[in-house]
Design a protein around this ligand. Structure first.
Ligand code: PXG
Length: 288
């Protein structure tokens, strides 16, 4: 495996960043998790735009153009022979002095890993996923906006651990007001009365690229979508529910907090969206 760090490719065991990198010391950095399908880097431009927004939010000046980053991502896939897989693009603040101030960090590091990811076993896509609400609330947008895809994922990891301790693979996270925000690594949708509902990003979630793709598919399929505040009750009584994310893609949820969703199998609308999603992932992106 060849890993890209600031213009050079390193073998896996040689690919290292400084222990003084503020990405390591403080989680001071940003990332993207991107899928490549049949040589098509799915929505690469949208991922890079989100990376630029994350950088702007944390006041990290990216010393590379979007075209340069795009080419580095594609070249990393070519170097590793990855035509179907997962790309982890990371930008750290770079090495600096001990102390929170990023002022001493003058050399941000861009790291690209082109590899594989399997989040859930394949049978879960047929059977569906059972989830639980975590007591760990999603970061408040007034503290660390969840729209920033930062290297600081402890909030989500705490909820993931909590779910795991209870025997669940994924957790619903609420915002500080108690409304549904998202899952630890996915956005969520519910179906009720022929309409899809999803929490607005402002209620405390990442602006998911897969979420955006689902909004586009909904327009194609003439399924109305409402972005509105959702409570746990809205999930419990949903006719269908699914999660969206670059890693998870579209995955049906069949149980929330011990309440069965629909008939306890991934619903027909969920299946239609998954099929439509699989059809578009090889088309909507940047070819290697
Ligand atoms: N919310 C959060 C908190 C996420 O981390 C999503 C929603 C879905 O966004 P996208 O843009 O992927 O549709 C994410 C994305 C991993 C991994 O390594 C996690 C994500 C994506 C890719 C890989 O666990 N989370």
């Amino acid at each position: 495996m060849k890993i890209y760090i600031n213009g050079t490719y390193y073998e896996r065991h040689e690919a290292k960043v400084s222990v003084f990198d503020h990405g390591f010391l403080y989680g001071d950095g940003i990332f993207e998790g991107i899928r490549v399908y049949e040589g098509c880097v799915f929505k690469l431009d949208e991922h890079l735009k989100r990376l630029e927004y994350s950088a702007k939010a944390i006041m990290l000046d990216l010393p590379w153009t979007r075209a340069e980053i795009s080419e580095a991502v594609c070249e990393s896939c070519r170097q590793n022979g990855v035509t179907d897989g997962y790309i982890r693009l990371i930008v750290t603040r770079g090495a600096g002095a001990l102390g929170l101030s990023p002022k001493s960090c003058s050399d941000p590091q861009m790291i690209i890993i082109a590899d594989q990811i399997e989040l859930y076993p394949p049978e879960i896509y047929q059977k569906g996923l059972k989830v639980i609400t975590s007591a760990t609330r999603r970061n408040s947008p007034a503290a660390l906006p969840p729209m920033v895809k930062s290297l600081n994922y402890l909030n989500n990891i705490m909820a993931k651990i909590e779910a795991g301790n209870l025997g669940y693979a994924e957790a619903i996270m609420l915002n500080n007001e108690g409304y549904v925000a998202e899952c630890t690594g996915d956005n969520l949708f519910v179906l009720q009365g022929g309409k899809l509902f999803t929490p607005p990003v402002a209620s405390g979630s990442l602006t998911g690229i897969t979420r955006e793709a689902v909004l586009e598919i909904a327009a194609d399929l003439d399924v109305p979508v409402v972005e509105s505040l959702l409570t746990r009750y809205d999930l419990w009584v949903a006719e269908e529910m699914f999660l969206t994310g670059s890693a998870a893609e579209i995955i049906g949820v069949i149980e929330v907090d011990h309440r069965k969703i629909g008939d306890g199998t991934p619903g027909p609308v969920t299946q239609r969206f998954l099929e439509a999603f699989r059809a578009r992932v090889t088309q909507d992106g940047t070819m290697l």
